[in-house]
Design a protein around this ligand. Structure first.
Ligand SMILES: [Zn+2]
Length: 423
């Protein structure tokens, strides 16, 4: 099959068609990029490339998946499907059969192939760079590095990358940067610097770049720290654009202030409530934001799922939760899975979402907030669902279409206006 035949036919992954591209296509997920960060950086004169894209390309908004957390959304973007299809509904879940809480960073929990794997297997050259290593195995699952057409690594463990496991070795030398700290802007900069080097040398047909939201957890849109971060990104986007790549820039979720006027986190602790309602320690509260890197959010987000004791009055408990100040939505498992397209076997009896300013915790003692150096900003709820969908080209989809962030690969491969886009 010639390349042009493939282009006409395209391939289908998780029920959606994708064309194989003639020119490099890059999907960029700026972790936690709440609408406003880019606009404020442009207003401050710090993001001329973004300004150019917004004027000449596309500037749309999209919805992310709920829970508005990193892993469910990165996996949705890379599979083009909701968690109901790919199975990753949080950073971890409760396995009722084993009676334990399990991290979901192992590919065995992934139930759908990625778009990168589909494109690779159809003959494309693909690359993936993620900031934190926790996502690397999931996002690169199924890639066969022996083909010489796949490269995937993380900034965090770039020093350990090798040809057998990542398709590329000596990555620090290749990128020309030292290994970044986990809690730093540099971890995300390394992703972009890698993307530029890969585009210059390996020239993938399709690439996915995914940063970390360390800066967004600390700094609001328009702040100097945030503007510095977006100015850094802006410089790399300019290079990627000038190297001829077609870009889609989106986010896994938004980000909001979740603190009181005095700067203390505005938390609803759920465990004391359920201790009073269902008996001490009998309900299990799962906060799927929890992961090994909690210093910047203290494992506090706006989404929780709760396993209640057998024979509980679930409807009655839901009523009581709804009466708690700051709770935005309470859904049964069936309602939540239908509404948010989630897998029923990885969601508790009740799903609860807190409002824009509030986060959900288990109990005061369970959350180590010593790593929180700034007033808490976090995500997880409906108030963090809006994310950007920006391109350096125009998008051939009607404005009235409600985009999802996991449409990113479909848009960059199938719905870019190829003529008359660049002024
Ligand atoms: Zn995130």
């Amino acid at each position: 099959m010639s390349k042009s035949e493939r282009d006409i036919q395209g391939i289908t992954i998780n029920g959606r068609p994708y064309k194989l591209p003639e020119t490099p296509r890059i999907v960029i997920c700026i972790d936690g990029s709440e609408p406003g960060y880019i606009e404020r950086a442009i207003e401050a004169g710090r993001a001329p490339t973004f300004a150019r894209f917004l004027a000449n390309g596309a500037n749309r908004l999209a919805n992310c998946v709920i829970p508005s957390f990193t892993n469910p959304n990165n996996l949705s973007i890379i599979t083009g499907s909701p968690p109901l299809v790919h199975g990753i509904a949080g950073n971890y879940f409760f396995d009722p059969e084993r009676g334990e809480e399990v991290m979901m960073n192992d590919p065995k929990f992934l139930r759908a192939p990625t778009i990168l794997k589909g494109l690779h297997d159809a003959g494309a050259k693909v690359a993936m760079v993620t900031a934190k290593d926790k996502l690397r195995l999931l996002l690169s699952h199924g890639l066969d590095y022996r083909s010489g057409r796949a490269i995937a690594f993380s900034s965090e463990k770039a020093d350990e990358a090798n040809v057998r496991d990542n398709g590329l070795g000596d990555v620090l030398n290749f990128v020309g940067m030292p290994l970044p700290e986990v809690y730093s802007q540099d971890l995300s900069e390394f992703v972009f610097a890698s993307g530029v080097r890969l585009l210059e040398t390996f020239r993938p047909d399709v690439m996915y770049l995914s940063t970390t939201d360390y800066i967004q957890h600390k700094a609001a849109p328009g702040s100097l720290v945030a503007n510095n971060f977006y100015a850094m990104i802006d410089g790399y986007l300019d290079t990627l654009d000038r190297l001829g790549a077609i870009l889609i820039i989106t986010a896994d979720h938004g980000m909001n202030d979740k603190h009181r006027p005095d700067g203390s986190p505005d938390v609803i602790y759920l465990e004391p409530l359920f201790d009073a309602w269902t008996g001490k320690g009998r309900a299990r509260i799962i906060l799927p934001i929890t992961d090994p890197y909690v210093a910047h959010h203290g494992a506090l987000g706006s989404f929780a799922t709760i396993y209640v004791p057998p024979r509980s009055d679930v409807a009655g408990l839901m009523q009581r939760l709804r009466a708690v100040e700051g709770i935005e939505a309470v859904l049964s498992r069936a309602e939540a899975c239908r509404t948010f397209e989630l897998p029923e076997d990885r969601i508790g009896d009740i799903v609860v979402l807190s409002g824009r300013q509030k986060v959900l915790g288990t109990s005061r003692e369970n959350h180590d907030l010593s790593g929180l150096k700034e007033p808490l900003r976090s995500h997880g709820g409906l108030s963090e669902q809006r994310v950007p969908m920006i391109s350096n080209r125009q998008i051939a989809l009607p404005e009235r279409d409600q985009l999802r962030n996991f449409d990113a690969f479909a848009i960059v491969l199938n719905h870019i206006v190829m003529q008359g886009a660049m002024a």
